[in-house]
Design a binder for this molecule. Structure first.
Ligand SMILES: NC(=O)c1ccc[n+]([C@@H]2O[C@H](COP(=O)([O-])OP(=O)(O)OC[C@H]3O[C@@H](n4cnc5c(N)ncnc54)[C@H](O)[C@@H]3O)[C@@H](O)[C@H]2O)c1
Length: 339
């Protein structure tokens, strides 16, 4: 039975996945692959029961390995993901799924052809506050979603191979796509390179959805304050999700502006509603544990993951449009994501 599991990549993020694999897969976690001797040494010290190797072929050839978690740099996802799917493995690829829509699409189609599970690690879609926000919106409590905006700011982790939007923006795009529930139509972005000549440290991105819904995303790894916040403005209520506010990650505000009849000069009048705020109760689960558990479950049952390949394609298509807009000084670029 192919129920053994492997982890490929034990850099910055891999250890978080490793901790969860140990907890969730236990003795079924068989391999840890990393090309760095230093990282392999650390992994072997932490997980002596796991076979630590630099040889991915061992995983590819082991028919008892059914599921593989890929936490290597984004530039390797397309090639390694393809090799794993071709070897018949179910694959969880860390975000972003690939560095181009064409590659993300090829991975997704490959998984479908081979009948394998392909999941993308859009961790924030497993965050209880984000799921609760979506539940509140879908119930219609806040009215129509008018627009949303997010800030994902920090000092670090500075990268040199991908810009700040490819590094941390996938989370905001995946949250926005999830909240709006429709594919975006266009993206426009301005950004700047201060530390490195080839990648942007900061980006101000606007994504347009059908019906005039706008999502604005500000990302930076060169900022004094760590900020992880998403605000959704609805026609009746407004929601603020602040991931750093442990006591009130989600706040729902009964705030809005109701249009009254026009006055005698035919100017519209508005009544501002500055009502109560409540803090919904949230599950206390670790999002990454939820993500890994979901992947292992889908690998076992063959079910389609919540964040499947198509979800990954939709996010990469926005990232690609953002890149094109950055190159063209901020013009609106259509998001070309296949349905
Ligand atoms: N979901 C999240 O919140 C989250 C957070 C951080 C990073 N990530 C994602 O995780 C992935 C890894 O990011 P990171 O920050 O850990 O990168 P990293 O560079 O710190 O680590 C990558 C590791 O992969 C190893 N590696 C590189 N090529 C390899 C290959 N061909 N075979 C085996 N090992 C190889 C490297 O030696 C390194 O140890 C990226 O896709 C990143 O976007 C996700």
């Amino acid at each position: 039975m192919a129920d053994a599991v492997a982890l490929v990549g034990f850099g910055y993020w891999g250890p978080n996945l490793a901790r969860n694999l140990q907890h969730l897969a236990g003795p079924r976690w068989r391999y840890l692959v990393d090309t760095s001797a230093e990282r392999r040494g650390r992994a072997a010290a932490h997980y002596p029961q796991v076979t630590v190797t630099d040889d991915l072929d061992r995983v590819l050839a082991d028919d008892e390995v059914g599921a593989v978690v890929l936490a290597t740099p984004a530039a390797t996802h397309a090639a390694l993901g393809t090799a794993l799917l071709d070897a018949g493995k179910h694959v969880l690829v860390e975000k972003p799924l690939a560095l181009s829509t064409a590659d993300a699409l090829a991975l997704t189609r490959r998984a479908e052809e081979r009948g394998r599970v392909l999941m993308v690690g859009h961790t924030f879609e497993y965050v209880p506050a984000v799921r609760k926000m979506k539940e509140i919106i879908d119930k219609g409590d806040i009215g129509d979603v008018l627009y949303l905006h997010s800030q994902r700011l920090n000092l670090g982790r500075i990268q040199s191979d991908i810009n700040a939007f490819w590094s941390i923006g996938p989370h905001d795009v995946s949250i926005a796509n999830f909240i709006v529930g429709r594919p975006p139509e266009w993206a426009a972005a301005r950004g700047a390179r201060y530390l490195h000549e080839s990648v942007e440290d900061v980006a101000f991105v606007t994504v347009g959805y059908p019906g005039g819904v706008l999502a604005h995303m500000h990302v930076s790894w060169l900022d004094p304050s760590k900020t992880r916040r998403t605000t959704v403005v609805g026609s009746r209520q407004m929601i603020v999700y602040d991931d750093l506010d442990a006591d009130a990650r989600l706040k729902v505000f009964d705030k809005g502006a109701d249009r009254l009849d026009a006055d005698s000069y035919h100017a519209w009048q508005y009544r501002l509603r500055d009502g109560a705020m409540y803090v919904p109760r949230l599950e206390m689960t670790e999002p990454l544990a939820e993500e890994v558990r979901h992947f292992l479950e889908c690998a076992r049952t063959g079910d389609r993951p919540r964040t499947d390949g198509w979800n990954g394609v939709a996010v990469v298509a926005v990232l690609e449009a953002v890149d094109a807009s950055l190159r063209q000084g901020g013009v609106e670029v259509p998001v070309e994501a296949p349905a």
